[in-house]
Design a protein around this ligand. Structure first.
Ligand code: DGY
Length: 316
């Protein structure tokens, strides 16, 4: 009898994902995945796992790398393809949760929620004050979106509820009907910087997009504007961001992702006008379960000899 395929997972899976995987193989969990690599035919991994040639050399029987997040800059996709290994990710299932968190950051940064909360906890709330705890407005302002993929579009969809205008900059234009439905206008990068009261980043991290928001771009943003990043930390030069928050033109920022996670630039930690979250864009129980399930479905499909459900695109 053929031995069961080994499925290695770097993280704890929910029961329903384990049940699905056990239909096609034996699962080696977070404590044993490294030892199991030599025999493993499938690997479930996260953005904190580097899937590079060194790892692939230790895993000669791999058929599928099921990355249980949507971003895949930590996976050497070309090296996997050269070895005939399928790479998958988890688009769609985390779009809503990440767009919601983006709006939580927009509101927190613009209305200065952390400052107000810190002040109350410090015993400084002495009763309602007409000129106390003032933030900015959203209605009638312009939301700029860099990268109009699934999450960018979901963020744009929510903007209507806040009465904001939407401009976006993206390599590919949306079909006209989608632009009309979202009320979104495509602009060039300079215009995006010059017109956005709130600029929200939703581009993938590639060598080309690294530090897109560097010192020069920050200098060209509107006085008093707000930067939001729930995509990837290295899209932004964090040292330059700290300077732009201290000296202008930015009035505030909301950041969920960092250049060198888990490290946060000390210049940001020192500032009161930036909301800092620990990379929780997709962190709802339902969404994380869906992400694990989609990764498991991808492994199940490949090991059963079927095409993967959500392979990463050939090029981006
Ligand atoms: C991703 O999926 O790439 C996020 O950063 C984690 O949800």
């Amino acid at each position: 009898m053929m031995p069961e395929p080994i499925i290695a997972t770097t993280f704890t899976l929910p029961d329903e994902a384990l049940a699905l995987l056990r239909v096609v193989g034996a699962v080696a969990g977070p404590d044993g995945w490294r030892d199991a690599l030599a025999e493993a035919q499938a690997l479930l991994c996260l953005l904190t796992d580097r899937v590079d040639t060194a790892l692939l050399e230790r895993a000669p029987r791999l058929r599928v790398v099921a990355n249980a997040v949507v971003g895949y800059e930590h996976v050497d996709v070309a090296a996997c393809r050269a070895r005939g290994i399928v790479v998958t990710n988890t688009p769609d299932v985390l779009t809503g949760a990440t767009a919601d968190l983006t709006w939580a950051l927009i509101l927190a940064a613009v209305r200065r929620l952390p400052q107000a909360e810190r002040s109350l906890r410090a015993g400084e709330f002495r009763g309602w004050g007409f000129w106390d705890y003032l933030g900015g407005d959203l209605e009638g302002r312009t939301l700029g979106i860099l990268g109009m993929g699934r999450i960018g579009r979901a963020v744009a969809r929510r903007a209507g509820g806040f009465g904001m205008r939407v401009v976006y900059h993206s390599r590919t234009a949306l079909p006209g009907d989608d632009e009309r439905a979202l009320g979104a206008e495509r602009v060039d990068f300079d215009d995006l910087l010059a017109r956005s009261d709130v600029l929200s980043l939703h581009a993938p991290l590639t060598p080309e997009t690294r530090h897109t928001i560097g010192r020069d771009a920050l200098r060209r943003m509107r006085p008093g504007s707000v930067l939001i990043n729930t995509a990837r930390g290295a899209l932004v030069d964090e040292a330059a961001l700290a300077d732009a928050l201290r000296e202008g033109p930015l009035s505030a920022a909301g950041i969920d992702v960092y250049e060198h996670e888990p490290a946060v630039h000390p210049g940001l930690l020192d500032l009161g006008n930036v909301v800092l979250l620990p990379h929780i864009g997709s962190a709802t129980r339902g969404t994380r379960t869906e992400m694990a399930m989609l990764a498991a479905r991808n492994v199940h499909a490949v090991l059963a000899g079927r095409p993967p459900v959500t392979p990463v695109p050939l090029a981006r």
